[in-house]
Design a protein around this ligand. Sequence first.
Ligand code: HEM
Length: 148
Amino acid sequence: MREQQVLLLKKSFEKILAIREQVTELFYDHLFLANPGLRSMFRNNMADQGEKLITTLEYVISHFKLLPNGDYQLEHSLKKSLMNLGNDHKVVYGVKSAHYNKLEDSLLWTLELALGSDFTVEVRQSWREAYSEIVKYMIEGANAETSS
Ligand code: HEM
């Protein structure tokens, strides 16, 4: 990602954080309406789950690091924890790679609703790139033999 994209990502995420409870509720409502089969995978309290998701995003988004070539990438230290999270998603929760696209659709839909006219083409693209960076490591972890 480029610097401008990371800035857009962080700026838009600040607005999301200010209304985090409403956003996560909307997000899971959309996910389950669009994909009713996913509902039974979630066994715990959805407000708590929403908070876990947003806290993880918050942590990850604050850890994009500038490389010498001017690009931004997730800090290496995050790779292992995202790989473990991805492995748990596969082994413990039964998440498949195709599910990540469904989650992305609901995330973009929710961001558009929450950010309104601030959700420009550039902001949307920044979120797509950040999401794919996160998911890249989660799927790598899911495909690894163990999560040690
Ligand atoms: C960027 C992608 C994702 C992130 C950052 C993320 C984050 C998290 C976190 C932090 C937890 C809590 C883990 C724990 O308590 O140890 C969790 C649980 C869970 N996630 Fe994800 N997740 C992602 C994608 C997905 C996808 C694509 C699915 C598939 C539908 C999914 C389904 C679940 C389920 C079923 C749980 C357990 C919920 C429960 O215990 O009720 N996640 N996720």
